[in-house]
Design a protein around this ligand. Structure first.
Ligand code: PXL
Length: 433
């Protein structure tokens, strides 16, 4: 999934374009960028800034939108009137959700929006916006109101909404109190999200919030859920800030794991393998990948749906979801309990030749016999796979590469191929085809 940031360059890489790209990557999104302005700053001082020409801003945005699929756009530093007008002209007719982070001043005091550009900022950009994410001083600038309390914040949110922004988040970091409460106005409803207050200044935390929000919106997650996620990601990154320069600490994205990215990539490769249709069983195929140390199938990403065969073509029907797979996920869950590094699996059609090739490759192959399953277990919905896998791995010392069964009355035989990662599973699959 791809997103675009339209923002200023920050050579300290904590905020702006560079910060956004890091956040996008950490969350498994591909980030495109269009640079509106150059700033020169470090952790102590903001030295200067200058705009990129309108032609160049326009051309950058077009070069991205003409070619790539973009699921959401983030706008950060827009610097001046000409840049605002250019962005407005390029985005006014597109249907991609826009997250606007109104940044007016850098942490070290640099001017990110010129004084004569506020009117155009409000008039042209706010009506394009799906979610806007001001902090308290920014919300005051936009509305002309004083925002000192939660009730002021609600009034400000309503006003910003009336100015055109569909959903409004007012980040509460600058308000007094032990905790920090971010306020969301979505539709006609208010939501609040509270978090402990971290007593450290940082550079980049706000950019991380809006960039994470942008990725979450791009994935189709609801606005309230996306705000909750953005708050948690920016909180962790502020906690993780490091004083790598002589001045203010720079917020650092925690590396989130890339379960979704890896699995989606592997499924894409799987379906394009030449002749793979011969390996799709009657019940079709699922391909799963667990978070580290999965506790239930809801820690395991799989297709809600299947990889299906139609003649000799194979395609993905459904989307990736935690808990999306029951059978293959239950198998991985059982194996991961004994062998935590095994986190991925795919089910393929049973065939003698496949077993022989796997034997020749010296795979660790196990089998279980479904006909030996205790009747009480058979009657319990969905327990067969767990029982079978548990039985198969009971006495082994090394993690299995393959576990199969040869069926039961009305049950198709099946092979499960395991690996540490989806890529590992594909490598094993290549050896036995
Ligand atoms: O964090 C706001 C911000 C956004 N964009 C750029 C910046 C800053 C803060 O310094 O420099 C380019």
């Amino acid at each position: 999934m791809n997103v675009l940031t339209i923002a200023g360059s920050d050579p300290s890489s904590g905020a702006g374009i560079q910060g956004d790209i890091k956040t996008f990557s950490a969350l498994g999104a591909y980030g495109f960028s269009a640079i509106t302005a150059l700033t020169s700053q470090n952790s102590s001082k903001f030295f200067m800034s200058e705009p990129v020409s309108p032609d160049a801003v326009r051309s950058q945005i077009r070069s991205v939108l003409l070619d790539f699929e973009v699921s959401a756009i983030k706008i950060g530093m827009v610097y001046d009137k000409k840049t605002i007008k250019t962005i407005y002209d390029e985005l006014k007719n597109i249907r991609i959700p826009i997250v606007l982070d109104p940044v007016f001043q850098s942490t070290t005091g640099g001017v990110l929006l010129q004084a004569d550009a506020y009117e155009d900022f409000k008039k042209l950009l706010l009506p394009l916006v799906y979610v806007i994410t001001p902090n308290v001083p920014e919300s005051e600038k936009i509305t002309g109101m004083k925002v000192r309390s939660q009730s002021d914040a609600r009034k400000a949110a309503l006003k910003i909404n009336s100015m055109g922004a569909k959903n409004v988040v007012i980040k509460g970091g600058h308000m007094r109190g032990d905790g920090v409460t971010d306020l969301l106005l979505a539709g006609k409803k208010f939501y609040t999200f509270s978090q402990k207050r971290l007593s450290r200044d940082n550079h980049g935390g706000g950019c991380i919030f809006s960039a994470a929000l942008c990725v979450s919106i791009a994935k189709g997650t609801s606005v309230p859920e996306s705000v909750r996620l953005a708050q948690s990601i920016s909180f962790e990154s502020i906690k993780n800030a490091s004083a790598i320069g002589k001045g203010i600490a720079i917020a650092r994205q925690k590396n989130t794991d890339t379960v979704e990215e890896e699995l989606a990539g592997a499924i894409g490769q799987f379906v394009s393998i030449n002749g793979i249709h011969k390996y799709i069983p009657e019940v079709q195929t699922n391909f799963v990948y667990a978070k580290p140390n999965p506790k239930s199938i809801f820690d395991i990403l799989g297709l809600e749906g299947r990889i299906v065969k139609a003649g000799s073509s194979v395609m993905v029907a459904g989307t990736l979801k935690y808990g999306g797979s029951r059978h293959v996920a239950s198998a991985v869950l059982e194996v991961a309990k004994r062998f935590p590094s095994t986190r991925s699996a795919v089910n393929i059609r049973y065939g003698n030749t496949t077993i022989k090739k796997a034997t020749a490759e010296r795979f660790q192959i196990l089998r279980y016999d479904r006909t030996l399953e205790p009747r009480s277990n058979k009657n319990a919905e969905g327990k067969t796979v767990s029982w079978g896998i548990k039985t198969a791995i009971e006495n082994i010392k090394n993690s299995p590469d393959m576990i199969y069964h040869t069926g039961d009355l009305g049950k198709e035989p099946m092979i499960l191929l395991f690996g540490k990662t989806p890529r590992d599973v594909l490598i094993k699959l290549a050896k036995i085809r």
